[in-house]
Design a protein around this ligand. Sequence first.
Ligand SMILES: *Cc1c(COP(=O)(O)O)cnc(C)c1O
Length: 380
Amino acid sequence: MIKNESYLNSKIWLSSPHMSGHEEKFIKEAFNTNWIAPLGPNVNGFEKDLESYLENNANVVALTSGTAAIHLALVLLNVSKNDEVICQTKTFVASVNPVTYLGAKPVFVDSEIDTWNMCPILLEQAINDRLNIGKKPKAIIVINLYGMPHKVKEIQNISNKYNIPIIEDSAEALGSSYFNKKCGTFGDLSVLSFNGNKIITTSGGGALVAKDIKTKEKTIFLATQAKDPGIEYSHTHVGYNYRMSNILAGIGRGQMEVLDNYVALRRKNYRYYYDQLSSINDIRFLNEPEGYFSNRWLTCIELPTNKMREDLLHLLQENNIEARPSWKPMHLQPIFKEYTSYLNGVSERLYKTVLCLPSGSNLTKGELDKIINLIKQYFG
Ligand SMILES: *Cc1c(COP(=O)(O)O)cnc(C)c1O
């Protein structure tokens, strides 16, 4: 189907790119100095910006995608064939695909209801169960779903107790924090994404956040074909071509100037939906537990039944509004059906009953009102 421009313009998107106007100066600079490639000042600058934003000795490597960052995180933790990696089942598929790139096996763990992220109780059960059959998991991949931080302290305690490292997939949670510490700094390795629909975008990109400079250097080495020092193109490790381009990093530098503003705008969207809709008994919002600060990447509402969620989804779609069910759990995905999971019903319930609403930082009040009025109408 050919969509004409007015159609595209009138559609209300779930989360569309939002350029600030600051991006082009960095791209122009790259053109003016012919620093199109290779790596250059924008890549270094973008990494510096992220490092000072995240604080806590974050050591950032800009990469081609969040998926690439997860892949390299697993490589850095020596995950290899037939190893097991514990993964939050309630997530986007990119959190788990890289596990299978390495021939390793995901073991899925369900969510708790306070943050919708990995349930610590079930995680500990899963670990003990794997230990009983002699399979110590190599890593734990935990998510900050829709921007909501996971139960950091509880998960870290388990990680320390059993000595299993954490990969924090913070692709959706740049700008979120937990007791004033930024998400993206809670894993032994953490991951960010700058895909087109994330809170800031480089059109496509990601980053790995390490705790020390040595790991940063090793990540850069692996991401640039693992070429040994010298000019002979000698290789003792398998490498990848995963570095971010200097042009795209320029977009990232411009986006970093407005990140906090975009977090405020997304939180304002959430607050507006909440103020307008929370008096409807059938609609539930996910509140922030004390000490939790979500960037509210997406505002999600939970309905009492699957039918109501489907009704609302279709109503919005018919009105040219992009809304979505929440992520289909990984243990329900045909590609992952052979793997073990530890379930409590939460992720399946959320999959059936949660609706993700348009949440971009560039939404207008008119657009929000249109969505809200349709939902109010539905509930009469
Ligand atoms: C977007 C996303 C990713 C993947 O990031 P890309 O940059 O698109 O590869 C990974 N995990 C989660 C939870 C995401 O939302």
